[in-house]
Ligand binder design. Structure first.
Ligand SMILES: Cc1cc2nc3c(=O)[nH]c(=O)nc-3n(C[C@H](O)[C@H](O)[C@H](O)COP(=O)(O)OP(=O)(O)OC[C@H]3O[C@@H](n4cnc5c(N)ncnc54)[C@H](O)[C@@H]3O)c2cc1C
Length: 288
């Protein structure tokens, strides 16, 4: 049954310090950013909590900036802001690309990067991008701040290392060298949760991450190692299909997800292949 919104309490801090104090002293509170995921929960009556902390008015959680050579993105940055940001498009174009594939313009205007991370869905479209970019998630509580490498943030299906008194305040993205690649496969172009989503970087040390093929978004180190060592794409595909753990669910089947993942890997590798120098034709061919 849908949740009666009138029985819910919403605390509206103006600053990050006030929000963290409320989390510590007036909890338990559920952070609420764009509310695109939470609202679905209210609709289906699957959110048991009734006290929420509104993050939308907190300027300290917004903004995209360069600090030294690190790209910093505030947790409450929306998909629309990511897709339009010249900084993101220059430094991490696959993040802007993934933002354009989320839901619809309405969802992109409200939904936030921090919400995508905290919601911890294995199908979150920005998550493979954050994984291959070797992002750091910055968490803060009234007691202090800690930085968690993205690869250590998820501990299981919809489980994270985040404590109830912590907020995601931002992510830090180092410079990513090499050709970046992103592809989402869903039922249609808009309003479709991914059947498979892949982000990859072609560099001396190739990096590949996938969503919707395991309980969490995953990097595939075995596959990356085959690519790095110059193995064939067929070999890498075989390792990949063994490395991922897709399931049958209402959106797709494990068999389809394995096959599509392998196809995406081949597509990534061929589309990012360095251009071959053009071979000079021999005289005999030219004159022949
Ligand atoms: C119609 C529809 C289509 C969608 N399509 C897609 C899609 O294509 N791809 C995709 O990846 N997602 C999709 N989503 C899911 C959703 O839009 C994203 O996960 C979004 O990024 C969630 O962000 P939000 O700000 O709305 O989060 P909210 O709904 O406000 O919160 C989600 C969760 O994150 C927590 N949270 C939020 N911000 C923080 C923070 N800063 N610190 C700690 N915890 C926090 C909340 O407590 C809650 O548990 C869709 C949702 C809908 C309703």
């Amino acid at each position: 049954m849908a949740t009666a919104l009138s029985r819910l309490a919403l605390l509206q801090p103006r600053t990050l310090a006030e929000a963290l104090r409320m989390l510590r002293d007036e909890g338990p509170l559920v952070p609420l950013a764009g509310c695109t995921d939470l609202y679905v929960g209210f609709h289906f009556g699957s959110v048991p909590q009734d006290r929420f902390l509104d993050l939308q008015g907190i300027q300290g959680l917004r903004g995209i900036r360069l600090r030294g050579d690190t790209l910093e993105i505030g947790a409450c940055t929306t998909y629309t802001e990511l897709a339009r940001s010249p900084l993101v498009r220059r430094r991490l174009p696959i993040l802007a690309e993934s933002a354009r594939w989320v839901g619809s313009p309405q969802i992109q205007n409200r939904g936030t990067l921090g919400g995508n991370i905290a919601n911890a869905s294995p199908a979150g479209d920005t998550l493979p991008v954050l994984a291959v970019a070797e992002t750091t998630v910055v968490l803060r509580s009234a007691a202090g701040e800690r930085r968690v490498p993205f690869g250590a943030f998820y501990t299981g299906y919809r489980q994270t290392v985040m404590r109830p008194d912590e907020l995601i305040v931002s992510v830090e993205v180092p410079r990513v060298e090499g050709h970046q690649w992103f592809r989402k496969v869903g039922t249609r172009a808009a309003q479709a949760i991914s059947k498979v989503v892949m982000a990859a970087v072609r560099a001396p040390r190739p990096r590949v991450a996938l969503g919707s093929v395991a309980p969490t978004v995953v990097r595939v180190p075995g596959t990356e190692a085959v690519l790095a060592s110059g193995g064939s794409i067929a070999e890498a595909q075989a390792v990949l299909m063994d490395e991922i753990r897709p399931i049958d669910d209402l959106r797709s089947t494990a068999t389809y997800r394995r096959r599509v993942s392998a196809n995406l890997l081949a597509q990534f590798w061929s589309e990012t292949a360095p251009a071959q120098p053009r071979r000079r034709r021999s005289n005999s061919v030219r004159n022949g």
